[in-house]
Design a protein around this ligand. Structure first.
Ligand code: MTE
Length: 319
């Protein structure tokens, strides 16, 4: 994505439905989530998928007050036009290659400055929470955007559970490193494993969630199964996928894209139409499925909920 200059999205880049439905990845990740789904039922009731072809008929079982009412990006596009460099650098690579990832069993280690460090099996990690359908605008730093109905729970719930000590100022996240399955990790396109971070108050913001699904179903591997971060006011690359470690630290942690190109990708990475990427403008964006570009919104339109966290900060310096 970010290595090349982004081109406008050509419809030919988006896989046709027939190819998609034949994909093994689709068969492997399919599961139907019942209305009022809990994390437990999501992971325990794996059945074959009967997927509604018409995405407009899909309705959230447990909607959130933060949901946008904008038109949803079709499931097909959300799951075939991806950035997940562990499976290759082209948009179609993750849907093609991510079936290799074994997501069961899966453990998440929570450590650092917390009173209750622990290593959880995925099911135990998510079991206490009722999952919400969070319909968010998502904006990639490359200039395209989608509206995605995530299924997840607030990151703040986990933070409260492990009880950070007063030394914890940032939260650092890490993706799995398993080059046998994540075939993109066999090449040094990025430093592996992929890492990301948030300031503790950002992580506590009610908009920040850990997602285990989308469109009410288990997260497809290419979208970051079995657990990924979603931070809708920041560029998409902050949303680290396939998380295996969450660490509470004192100092600002390294982040993959900042390590890769520090002049292009900062730690904060808030969506900001007035701070251009050095190689392209950020003033406008193309919503996948629309022809004309639309203006980019400050904080991706979530300013009411997040702007106060950055008051007094020079967002040109801290881009
Ligand atoms: N997480 C990992 N581990 N590896 C990646 O390459 N890409 C990021 C982010 N999370 C990435 C990642 C980028 S650049 C974007 S835009 C989003 O995932 C894309 O998420 P999506 O494919 O579900 O839309």
């Amino acid at each position: 994505m970010l290595i090349k200059k982004p081109d406008d999205v050509a419809s030919s880049e988006i896989t046709d439905e027939k190819t998609y439905f034949n994909r093994r990845s689709f068969m492997k990740t399919a599961a139907v989530a019942a209305a009022g789904v809990t994390a437990y039922s999501l992971f325990s009731k794996k059945t074959s998928l009967t997927f509604a072809q018409d995405d407009n008929s899909w309705k959230p079982a447990n909607p959130s007050k933060f949901n946008t009412t904008e038109a949803l990006t079709p499931y097909k596009d959300v799951t075939t036009y991806n950035n997940f460099y562990e499976f290759g650098t082209d948009k179609s690579d993750p849907a093609e290659n991510a079936w290799r990832l074994k997501t069961n069993p899966w453990t998440i280690e929570v450590n650092g400055y917390v009173k209750k460090p622990a290593t959880y099996h995925l099911e135990d990690f998510v079991k206490p929470y009722k999952l919400e359908d969070r319909i968010y605008r998502m904006r990639c730093v490359e200039g395209w955007s989608m509206v995605i109905p995530w299924l997840g729970f607030p990151l703040s719930e986990i933070i409260k559970r492990v009880q950070p000590t007063s030394k914890a100022k940032f939260v650092a996240f890490q993706t799995l490193y398993r080059p046998d399955e994540m075939i993109g990790q066999r090449r040094d396109v990025l430093q592996w494993p992929y890492v990301e971070g948030l300031r503790l108050d950002e992580a506590m913001n009610p908009l920040a969630i850990l997602a285990v699904g989308l469109y009410g179903k288990t997260l497809p591997n290419q979208n970051g199964a079995p657990l990924r971060l979603v931070v809708p006011w920041k560029y998409g690359f902050k949303g680290i996928k396939s998380i295996v470690q969450i660490r509470f630290v004192e100092n600002q942690p390294p982040t993959t894209w900042n390590l890769s190109a520090p002049n292009e990708y900062g730690f904060y990475s808030n969506v900001n139409p007035t701070v251009d990427h050095p190689r392209w403008s950020q003033a406008r964006e193309r919503r996948i499925g629309e022809f004309f570009k639309r203006p980019t919104l400050m904080f991706n339109g979530y300013g009411d909920q997040v702007a106060s966290m950055y008051s007094g900060m020079d967002l040109r310096k801290y881009f």
